[in-house]
Design a protein around this ligand. Structure first.
Ligand SMILES: NC(=O)c1ccc[n+]([C@@H]2O[C@H](COP(=O)([O-])OP(=O)(O)OC[C@H]3O[C@@H](n4cnc5c(N)ncnc54)[C@H](OP(=O)(O)O)[C@@H]3O)[C@@H](O)[C@H]2O)c1
Length: 303
């Protein structure tokens, strides 16, 4: 029996994944959130494939350990930049350092992300998950865009989530002042906003040689959510932990999406690991996307 279109993602998760033998020697990849989970495995796979890396991470101590490991194991150039994505000024500083230090950027992977069960606000007053998962990746991408266009062909990948299907995006209440905060919906809102800007950006980048896609990295065993309380940590570790897969599959899928020659001109798509998939209908609403674009520009002071 074939599942209805909106549940197709369940079936897609069982399909065989694609991979590539293509090498990335001489390519410079900027990757956020490489200190753990999906990002760590993507960094390993990229270094194994020959890429040079710049890891943009909030915890320099953890990042230095990953840097040393990758340099030792794969002998690649691995640089580290510090930025906490809950502070947009730090994203601006990281972008400025990247532009000052690297004349060429071939790949940008926005992976850093989190899931909170409780509402918290950043210093600037944004709901933290929305800021880290969406606003920071939007800002970093926009600030690096001219350099990516000058470096074309180049690729941008947003590590998104099936969690976008939880919805939760209300442009009149982005900071959850009127609504009771629910972790899954707060997370969903950030991922829907990010997806909507991917379609916008793909259209604006048409003809530039820069592609932008989004992906779900699988249901994998990482540290996401482990910043929450003991009840959530127990739930994650003991109740759902056994169902989660090894994040090595996420690294392999990310590598495929940014390295495979057959992906060179594919843009404006959502992938379930490496399977092209239709996101939830509300995440395809282009009118909403234009409003999200405007609001994101205002929030990040790009407007
Ligand atoms: N795991 C899954 O099943 C799953 C499913 C769907 C989507 N995803 C997505 O995959 C991405 C990676 O998550 P993960 O599962 O690998 O979780 P993870 O193990 O917790 O890794 C998250 C990464 O993001 C970084 N990060 C978190 N908050 C940050 C901040 N304020 N500023 C800068 N960096 C920050 C973390 O840094 P620290 O090491 O300093 O904490 C870490 O490097 C996220 O975008 C997530 O939404 C994961």
């Amino acid at each position: 029996m074939k599942l209805p279109e909106e549940l197709q993602f369940i079936e897609n998760a069982r399909l065989p994944q694609k991979n590539t033998l293509a090498r990335m020697d001489g390519k410079l990849c900027v990757l956020t959130g490489a200190t753990s989970g999906v990002g760590y495995h993507a960094a390993r796979r990229l270094a194994q494939g020959g890429a040079s890396l710049v890891l943009v991470c909030r915890n320099v101590y953890k990042a230095a350990q990953v840097q040393a490991e990758l340099q030792h194991t794969f002998g690649r150039q691995v640089d580290v930049l510090q930025a906490d994505f809950s502070q947009l000024d730090e994203v601006r500083s990281a972008a400025a350092s990247l532009l000052a230090s690297y004349s060429h950027i071939d790949v940008l992977i926005n992976n850093a992300g989190l899931h909170n069960t409780h509402r918290t606000l950043t210093k600037e007053g944004f709901e933290t998950v929305f800021c880290v998962n969406h606003l920071a990746s939007f800002l970093l991408t926009r600030l690096l865009l001219d350099r990516m266009i000058a470096s074309a062909p180049s690729r941008i990948l947003q590590v998104n989530s099936q969690g976008h299907r939880f919805g939760g995006l209300d442009l009149t209440d982005l900071n959850w002042k009127r609504r009771r905060y629910r972790g899954l919906q707060g997370y969903g809102a950030s991922k829907v906003a990010q997806l909507l800007t991917v379609w916008e950006l793909a259209e604006r980048l048409r003809g530039t040689g820069v592609t932008i896609n989004a992906m779900h990295p699988g249901e994998v065993r990482t540290n996401i959510g482990m910043n929450n309380g003991p009840l959530y940590r127990f739930y994650k570790r003991y109740l759902i932990g056994w169902m989660l897969k090894d994040p090595v599959i996420s690294g392999e899928a990310i590598y495929y999406l940014v390295a495979a020659p057959e992906m060179a001109e594919v843009s404006g798509r959502f992938f379930n690991l490496t399977i092209n998939e239709k996101p939830a209908a509300f995440a395809l609403d282009r009118e909403l996307g234009k409003r999200v674009w405007m609001i994101s520009e205002q929030a990040t002071r790009l407007a």
